[in-house]
Ligand binder design. Structure first.
Ligand SMILES: Nc1nc2c(ncn2[C@@H]2O[C@H](COP(=O)(O)OP(=O)(O)OP(=O)(O)O)[C@@H](O)[C@H]2O)c(=O)[nH]1
Ligand SMILES: [Mg+2]
Length: 444
């Protein structure tokens, strides 16, 4: 339990109906008494005058006191709900600080909740993800993680891991019978079930991570084919300048759209061509640089044209490309060739025809199925950990079914458990915690 008391304004700056000051730590009760002049009943809302250091009334509002451990942080907590005005809230905060509290660091309330076992690390991260979510689907998924949906999946795997470890360790202890034990189909069955659970959680977490981070799609092509028009058509806004002059777009232009919960970062680029114009040259250089960091490339052509071999050759081979044939309102699209290995979409940025197809296509190439039931939010570091668990699970299975090397299988499973614990933070390092909570907003 922390020995100092932290405080922050928990609501955004600016004017609002209410603003909240939060206090957590051993001084919370004393602060409550000095600001309200009363002994507050825990967990009850009290409507009263809120006083400053000199006894003057700063505002009328609601004070709620939570005594430990029944609070967000697990410590004594005071919440002051005043009117949403910066001067009022600053005075309240000053008063709290004068009583001996200090300003909270970003994420410190949630960090304390984690350290006091009110939530595990995956749930704590979900708090930040919920606050940052930019679609209804993402918010729902973050709430699921916060409610422990992801952590429960991790717990199931941990139980299966422990189960298999116990079985192998027992076999090693009775080493005369070791061979029989390990060759037993019982153990192989357990490992198969374990690996199946890992695969299933990994694929759900991968989807959850996509919902959080999305994909980056870069639009490229020759000048005037309609790249900027395509961007505008996807965003439904007039974000990019469109003219019939080739070389209109010079700079990179970034927009975000959300397709059924999948955030797609779209980047419009300067048309690629040989040019002596210095500004355009720089635009083309930036376009090429941006292509390298794409998850997916939309290579745009006019519908009357075929695939541009020169353009294709200039693209990185390890990034998937979809050919977008634009201006179908001017040119008839050819009869689709079902055997084509190239993914191609015919559309008109002008009429919007074919844009929905492109949207579903982007979901598909991202590997995003967006089934809202049971979706939870996950982060890159969770995926990394689960992938390591998966490798170790497969390796353990090979040791058991192949060489019968029980010690090696046991070691794999022990390391797999360590990786799994990183997700929920059982044995998280201080560096990891600093990294995670440092990205929160103040007051959370
Ligand atoms: N008929 C028709 N015209 C289109 C369509 N899409 C774009 N255009 C026109 O094509 C011209 C070029 O469009 P832009 O979107 O500026 O093309 P761009 O690829 O961004 O061009 P640069 O920025 O110069 O590389 C404009 O006159 C658009 O109105 C379409 O689907 N149908
Ligand atoms: Mg353009």
């Amino acid at each position: 339990m922390a020995s100092d008391t932290i405080a922050a304004v928990a609501t955004p700056r600016g004017q609002g109906a209410i603003g909240v000051v939060k206090v957590s730590g051993p001084l919370a009760q004393q602060v409550a008494k000095s600001i309200t002049g009363q002994d507050l009943q825990p967990r009850q809302a009290h409507y009263l005058d809120l006083h400053g250091q000199d006894g003057d009334t700063i505002d009328q509002g609601i004070a709620i006191y939570f005594n430990r451990p029944d609070s967000y942080t697990g410590e004594d907590v005071l919440e002051l709900q005043a009117h949403g005005n910066g001067f009022v809230l600053d005075q309240l905060l000053d008063t709290v600080i004068a009583e001996g509290a200090r300003l909270a660091r970003p994420g410190e309330f949630t960090e304390r909740a984690f350290l006091n076992n009110k939530m595990d690390l995956a749930q704590a991260e979900a708090v930040a993800d919920l606050i940052e979510s930019n679609s209804r689907e993402a918010a729902r998924a973050a709430v699921e993680s916060l409610r422990g949906e992801f952590s429960r999946g991790v717990a199931v795997i941990r139980d299966q891991l422990i189960d298999a470890r116990v079985y192998i360790e027992a076999a090693l202890d009775f080493s005369e019978e070791e061979i029989d034990f390990l060759a037993d189909s019982e153990l192989a069955d357990r490992l198969t079930a374990l690996n199946k659970s890992i695969d299933s959680l990994l694929s759900r977490a991968t989807e959850g991570r996509l919902m959080r981070d999305g994909i980056t799609v870069v639009i490229v092509g020759a000048p005037n084919v309609g790249k900027s028009s395509l961007l505008n058509s996807l965003t439904g806004e007039d974000s990019a300048i469109v003219t019939d002059v080739p070389g209109t777009t010079r700079d990179l232009l970034r927009e975000i759209i959300v397709i059924d919960g999948l955030p797609v970062h779209i980047v419009d680029t300067a048309g690629l061509r040989e040019t002596h114009d210095k500004v355009e040259q720089e635009g083309i250089r930036r376009a090429r640089q941006q292509i390298e960091s794409a998850d997916h490339i939309l290579a745009v052509r006019e519908a009357g044209q075929g695939i541009d071999k020169d353009l294709l050759q200039g693209l990185p081979i390890d990034i998937a490309v979809t050919w977008v044939f634009n201006k179908t309102d001017l040119h008839e699209p050819p009869i689709a060739n079902p055997d084509s290995l190239v993914s191609e979409i015919y559309l008109s940025a002008k009429t919007g025809h074919g844009i929905d197809q492109l949207r579903s296509h982007l979901k598909q190439v991202a590997g995003f199925t967006s089934t809202p039931e049971g979706a939870f939010m996950a982060r890159r570091r969770h995926i990394d950990a689960l992938q390591a668990v998966r490798q170790l699970g497969l390796s353990a299975n090979e040791h058991v079914t192949g060489t019968g090397a029980g010690e090696l299988a046991a070691e794999d499973l022990r390391m797999a458990q360590d990786q799994l614990n990183l997700i929920t933070g059982e044995f998280g390092s201080d560096d990891l915690l600093g990294e995670i909570f440092g990205r929160f907003c103040i007051g959370k």
